[in-house]
Design a protein around this ligand. Structure first.
Ligand code: AHG
Ligand code: MN
Ligand code: MN
Ligand code: MN
Length: 332
């Protein structure tokens, strides 16, 4: 494959997907079509987020989701937009969404892909105009096309992903994704309605000087995590925590850094969800030469047992993740 080849910056996402389709000689274009469907939904959600304050779609929707969180209107809107795009595209047979209690079976027997999605990541930042995101994972269904969806189609470890990506609705809107042949970033030009390749073949710096963690939970950290944060402070590293995983992850991927959401006594599995947050970013991280672990194993090795299960997450530059793993192991 030519993932090492730096494609000419400025190629559109559609053209890039077509060019890269050669990575899958046997693909009949369904994955390409699915990626295009996701990009379309991202353009629509981008427009909604940009006018949230004006179109009275800010604030709470008035329902509690399966996470026990108060859904924001934009959580619900983004969920609807992505579900609609994924079902209309015809390539998807089932969807797992943060905002849906149960698996959505699209009753589409020809669809061969399963998508896990966090339609709107960083909801607490919607009303205060801070970057938010979307996170998605794509799997091939395991059971034969045409048969009913089974648990094994849904409960797949992250290592089975065929593609993963995120959208970052920030100072500019970006789509970053991998199909297992490297990581590429596209920046949206709204006046043309196109994503253009802006960050070809992203490689995460081996080490970094930025750490992202909610220090408000410090008294609940394990000894290993505490020692690691003390280490970062002793080195004078920068603390950067946005409250939107996608934004923190993206900055650390480009500049070098580590994001930590550890488990605590009260919540041993931490807060972040395996199927539609940790797995996608872990796939991207590893494709960019970085690391993602739950503190004892690679995120991508975790065999899911429930849709909305949470996992501790330590993700970012290789050297930094190795160091926190060493301190966790030492203090166990
Ligand atoms: P979501 O908005 O999709 O529920 O995810 C929020 C996540 C993640 O984006 C962010 O880094 C983290 O929650 C912040 O959690 P705390 O407020 O507990 O630090
Ligand atoms: Mn949420
Ligand atoms: Mn999220
Ligand atoms: Mn969310």
């Amino acid at each position: 494959d030519q993932s090492g080849m730096a494609y000419s910056v400025g190629v559109t996402l559609d053209r890039f997907i077509k060019l890269k389709q050669s990575d899958f000689p046997f693909a009949s274009g369904e994955l390409s079509q699915l990626l295009r469907d996701i990009a379309l939904a991202a353009k629509i959600v981008n427009r909604e987020t940009n006018r949230a304050g004006l179109a009275n779609i800010g604030g709470a929707f008035g329902q509690i989701n399966v996470q026990g969180e108060e859904q924001q209107k934009l959580d619900v809107i983004a969920n609807i937009r992505f579900m609609r795009a994924l079902s209309k595209g015809g390539e998807v047979c089932a969807i797992v969404s943060e905002e849906e209690d149960a698996v959505i079976d699209l009753q589409n027997n020809s669809g061969k892909y399963v998508v896990a999605i966090d339609p709107l990541d960083g909801s607490s930042n919607i009303d205060v105009n801070i970057s938010i995101g979307t996170i998605f994972s794509i799997y091939r269904r395991k059971t034969p096309i045409g048969s009913p969806i089974q648990e094994e189609d849904i409960m797949q470890p992250g290592s089975e992903q065929v593609a993963a990506g995120y959208v970052l609705y920030g100072s500019s809107t970006m789509l970053v994704y991998t199909t297992g042949f490297g990581v590429n970033g596209f920046t949206y030009e709204a006046s043309l309605g196109e994503f253009f390749l802006s960050h070809p073949n992203i490689q995460a710096p081996e080490d970094g000087k930025i750490y992202s963690i909610n220090e408000g939970l410090e008294k609940h950290w394990s000894l290993g995590v505490k020692e690691y944060i003390d280490f970062c402070k002793s080195k004078g590293y920068s603390a950067r925590y946005i409250g939107s995983l996608v934004a923190d992850f993206h900055r650390n991927l480009l500049k070098g850094g580590i994001y930590l959401y550890p488990g605590t006594q009260k919540n041993p599995s931490g807060k972040l969800r395996l199927l539609y947050e940790a797995n996608a970013l872990a796939f991207i991280a590893e494709q960019a030469g970085a690391k993602a672990t739950d503190g004892s194993q690679r995120i991508l090795e975790i065999q899911p047992t429930s849709l909305h299960q949470r996992t501790p997450l330590f993700i970012g530059s290789d050297t930094m993740v190795d160091e926190v793993l060493r301190l966790i192991a030492k203090s166990n």
